[in-house]
Design a protein around this ligand. Structure first.
Ligand SMILES: [Zn+2]
Length: 196
């Protein structure tokens, strides 16, 4: 397996800290812990924030986005700036800060959603449309950066139809040549294509 971040003390500390913070604020905030190129020194975490327009927020300056509704990946009703967003979106809008990355390990406290808004951002000096849903946004990243190996691991899941739809997205992502997807459960991980 190419995902080994969960075996490090640094990750366990970050996970405990993020879980305690979520408990303290008593919101339904989700978070993401990432590590680049298997280096613990690069480990960081991002929390979901309320979507607010217009607002430009944190973490050393994330790229602003134009927000809208997705129809065939088009922005049909643009708003000016999207601030905040789900942890995956904030990661995506921070891509310009990462250089020479060949591998991203990403732990997400909840399976990527299928409903966050579509948006337009400027990546590598090009305006690009990013589809609705965080699962689709991770798929976009894997396609956009084929030389990065994407190791995605999530913990909790949704029930019912949303559970089915979000799971299908992760299955699709796991078929990419440069992506692997895992489920985290009580300290160990399993590949999602194997029976849970
Ligand atoms: Zn989301």
């Amino acid at each position: 397996m190419s995902f080994a971040m969960h075996l490090t003390n640094e990750f366990q500390k970050a996970l405990n800290a993020c879980n305690s913070y979520r408990q303290q604020i008593q919101g339904d905030t989700e978070f993401l812990i990432y590590r680049l190129n298997s280096s613990n020194r690069s480990m960081g975490n991002l929390f979901s924030m309320a979507h607010q327009t217009p607002m430009r927020t944190g973490f050393g300056g994330i790229k602003e986005a134009v927000k809208g509704k997705a129809k065939n990946n088009r922005i049909t009703r643009p708003h000016r700036h999207q601030g905040g967003g789900h942890a995956e979106e904030i990661f995506l809008r921070s891509m310009h800060k990462f250089e020479s990355v060949s591998k991203v390990e990403m732990f997400i406290s909840l399976i990527p959603c299928d409903r966050s808004s579509a948006m337009q951002i400027n990546l590598d000096n090009e305006d690009v449309f990013v589809p609705s849903g965080c699962g689709a946004k991770l798929k976009f990243l894997a396609e956009r950066y084929p030389n990065i190996s994407w190791e995605i691991c999530y913990e909790r899941i949704y029930d019912g139809n949303t559970g089915q739809r979000t799971h299908q997205y992760m299955i699709k992502l796991s078929t990419f040549h440069n992506a692997n997807v895992y489920r985290y459960n009580a300290g160990s991980i399993s590949s999602i294509s194997s029976p849970v």
